[in-house]
Design a protein around this ligand. Sequence first.
Ligand code: WTA
Length: 650
Amino acid sequence: MESISSLLQEHRIFNPSKEFSQNANIGSMESYASMRQIANLDPLTHWNEQANKIHWFSKWETILDWKYPHAQWFKEGYTNAAFNCLDIHKNTPTMQKTALLWEREDGLRQSLTYEELHSKVCLLANALKSIGIVKGNVITIYMGMNPEAIIAMLACARIGAVHNVVFGGFSSDALRDRINDSSSVCIITQNATLRRGASIPLLTSVEQAVKECPTVQSIICKDAINIESPLIQDWDTILLNQNDICEAEHLESEHPLFFLYTSGSTGKPKGLVHTTGGYLTHVRYSFEMVFDPKPNDIYFCSADIGWITGHSYVVYGPLMHGMTILIYEGALNHPHPGRIWELIASYGATILYTAPTAIRSFMGVGNHIPEQYALDSLRLLGTVGEPINPEAWMWYHEVIGKSRCPIVDTWWQTETGGIMIAPVPGAVPTKPGTATLPLPGILADVIKKNGESCQENEGGYLTITYPWPGMARTIFGDGERYKSVYWSEFPPNELHQGMYFTGDGARKDEDGYFWIMGRVDDVVNVSGHRLGTAEIESALVSHPAIAEAAVVARPDEIKGNVLIAFVTVIQQKDMDLSTLENELKQHVAKEIGALAKPEEIRFTSSLPKTRSGKIMRRLLRELVSHGTISGDTTTLEDFSALEQLRPDEE
Ligand code: WTA
């Protein structure tokens, strides 16, 4: 990759305010730098100290057992994630504090104290046991963003069942594949969730999916109506006769806590496996460093629990810190464009953690919308999921944070389990557009293809050069793929023990700050959702009219990227292309979910390929971004294909 011209560099620097620093856990660059130096010189001692801050039934002997590419952290220790979120608060004032504040799009609300949450988790955990669920069973959770979804996760964790949350926006086909790949024996769902005023029938999708899921033995459904299938049990009914005392299972540190499917550069989604002790250690630590929690915080993270952010920073991180968590079921700009700001004002939220896509879309509707609401309760703002452009950063800073609140731009991935690169808000000065520095104890670098570190401001591959406790342990059922995708680019040599390849491009500036430049593989970020182009291509070619498909991203002001699909059709007489275009979009929505629908479909008689037959996606990317092709096209088999791919001249 080329080095970036110095003209592109950001010169605005924002120091933490005195007021914020004075009350912060780490309140100066000096104390931060010394912590980072000590942690980075001896990461194992650092993580050992951090692991001691969670609860263990019995302690470990080995901090890290690293056998490339497999890590085991704190392996002889025994712990439990639900215990660390709930029981640790027993006999403290937190037990009577509000744990969850929930509001739905239509205004329905509920709140639960830690004590109430604890009791509900135990009821469901006992219910799961009563239907024969045992430690190690996998349970798929397919729900909207509500307390029951969180209760379901924690109930699984309590008894050592492995949760596999599937985002409620995925279609029944995508759900079926994730249930089957994970060999789930049980599904927890709800009748329907609300989004933009529409009722999304989740149970119907589950019923459709399980027709082809031989491992599923039971379905628990919140608000079930007219149950016909003997597989389905109503949530309230099954909880009715349960005891609300349920001992938390003592689980090995490396016992799997959850699977979470994510897109990769081939068609099949990967079920990343996260385990217990190391994950909890990393998530507890990173939450403390990045969000600087205070007892009176009202913490609002807008992520859905179907994504990793919902796991680590809606559920596990905040609950371990005894936070009051605000969750919202629905679209943040529905029923009116100021809904998110209304929520913040009415609950007095102090921390907001959201995605750049959301920020850009709020920015697009005009400042007069947020200006109608009192946002002075906010003290800290966060972003995650994709690079934030400096313009959106400045808007977030000025219009929402009133130039008072630090912004924590957090870089991490489903695979990393927790935040890796982010400013520690009381100490690290920020610059719009960079996630700044790796957290103390996290060793990251920008590397050239030959494995050498890049120079200052030279673009390269973002890598993590030393294991960390929250790392995914493997891809469920496919250890080979885990090794080849993440650990084969930079295998062990005389200088290091193997480096983790993130799939992102980045550069480090003169202050050592990391600027993330986006994916270097065929993974695309659309509205902060991660999608593999190969998955969408395979959905397109499964349509009977389509012979070949190539999907690429086009940068978009609001969504970050949109998807453009190039397809060749199997010739059929009298085919109406605009009808086919709509049909194909619906087909992708059915196969994967509405989030994966291409923005545009371009029909062509052939796709540009290399002599060895590979589709030249780079050319297609250039074509959709700039309308022209530059660079070397000498390996191209058929130039004429390019001509047909240009959009019609206006
Ligand atoms: C991108 C989400 C720039 C990146 C937690 C990464 C980011 C992918 C940032 C992971 C950020 C996430 N700045 N890019 N602050 N945060 N990304 O697995 O490309 O859904 O590899 O995890 O999102 O997406 P995932």
